[in-house]
Design a protein. Sequence first.
Length: 225
Amino acid sequence: MNIEELKLEKINYIISFPENFKPNKKYPIILFLHGAGSRGKDMNAVITNPYFTITNSTHKNFPFVTVAPQCCENTWFDLWENLKKLVLEIHKLPFADTEQIYLIGASMGGYATWQLAMSMPEYFAAIVPICGGGMYWNASRLINTPVWAFHGAKDTTVLCAESEKMVNKVNSLGGNAKLTIYPENAHDAWSDTYKNPDVFNWFLEHKNINAKKLTDNYSNSKIYG
């Protein structure tokens, strides 16, 4: 795996490059957010995460540059401003196709995927949140962001209802979200997702139109606190 290790303020991260990478060429970018099991200050926990071990062994000619930060705190939300700055750094990478920046994350990273996309929807062409959940009252922010969520039906760590609420809310507002439920899976919904070439082909089908129309209908403090 051809990688570069970098640091942005409190966040250490790696960039993984496809084979025969050419710095003067534009590439689709995946921002990958790991789950709680890869937290810490040892980047090997990220490098050996199932996302990389599976995509490296399963998908030939994987066309994406992947940016993978490591959470050095308890949750991604403890690093939220740093994470948002990383999105801006990705957008400025000279080899980044800014119309093809995608977001994927599992478990703790699934929650962060939902929230980061709602916080910065104008930067992402499509997102894949896995066994996560979010603030479904704010789902109007995602009406222009294609979503493909995944969850295990037997998950007792994060209930499948968390993904169902988010997907249903996005769609009820006119968005484009779908949910795949693995009937026999518990919390590990990520392995089957990373193995599936359709997921990454689906990413490539989408280009960023998110900035054209952003909505936020929840500005009334008498109703929403």
